[in-house]
Design a protein around this ligand. Sequence first.
Ligand SMILES: *Cc1c(COP(=O)(O)O)cnc(C)c1O
Length: 362
Amino acid sequence: MPKTCGSTPPHVLDAALSLPGAPAYLYDLPALDEHVAAVRRALGATELYYAVKANPDAEVLRVLAGHVDGFEVSSAGEHAHVTGLFPGLPVALGGPGKTDAELRLPHHRIHVESPYELRRLLATGLEADVLIRVNPDLPVEGAALTMSGPFGMDEQGVAECLPLFGDRVRLRGRHSHLASGLDATRLLELAGRLLECDHEEVNLGGGMAVSYAEPESRFDWAAYGAGLEGLRRGRRLRVEPGRALTAYCGYYVTRVVDVKRVRGEAYAILLGGTHHLRTPATKGHDQPRTVLPTGKGPGVIEEPVTFVGQLCTPKDVFARKIVTTVRVGDTVVFEMAGAYAWNISHHDFLMHPKPAFHYLRA
Ligand SMILES: *Cc1c(COP(=O)(O)O)cnc(C)c1O
């Protein structure tokens, strides 16, 4: 079938066309497997953890578990989910505002966010292996999001923590997750600054760039891995990406129910909406997509079309003024829906049906 626009791989389009219904999520698990294997190879001796908050889908995690050194979790819920699925796989427990119950959870590492949190960890009486989360005052240019504000500690907070460590609650090193959306060159510059410290173990966080505007441009894992090798100096390094691992393996497949013109502007109304795929609304981008001409209904030919969902809010927009041909009944495959997509969406708003979930397997 000829596609109207877009660059979704043909095997994914074939699968999208054979789905029993829409809207649906479709995960390309072999592609994920290949991608994470390549990331793993590129990182060499640097440990790879996956930040579960990007997408906790169990099938996705099963593929990742075959490659990563551990999972980074940021709540009791994520902890229970991951340790239930993969008993024995190391978890790093992070996140601001940990409850006393969370501070008691078993972990390989715990990322402590404040001096008071460290005191509460000591008060549990349990053993703990701690990375202090440091939020140094470093310039971060070109980031999509910077983790300033409430995350981690400044130098004063760190100084307050250091005397509290001992044999039971052990200081293993530091953790910094400073920004998201940085390319390999910028992330390495940042890593260079972060590794000016004398800790034996450093978690450099995630935040590897994912470009929704240019889906073909990918984070340069080979350059990043090689760069970290040069900065290592015998230390134990770890990264914990989320988005850059899973964004590409997920697709949201739906169908056009109406095409109309309002005050000259063309709109394609799709089944579902940003309550299923909130990523474009929250990040303000046009979600990359392929339109498959499965429809025979009314439509528009090669003109700017805004793709919206079924929600009664002007914020329910997938993509704005995309020049395309689109008809009622066409299938739309949104790409890059594998991270911060379904799991960050407001599923119950308007009580439309939930999407189905399908998985391509090797
Ligand atoms: C969200 C988060 C990550 C993952 O960030 P990505 O941008 O998805 O790579 C890693 N570490 C911490 C502490 C986070 O909060």
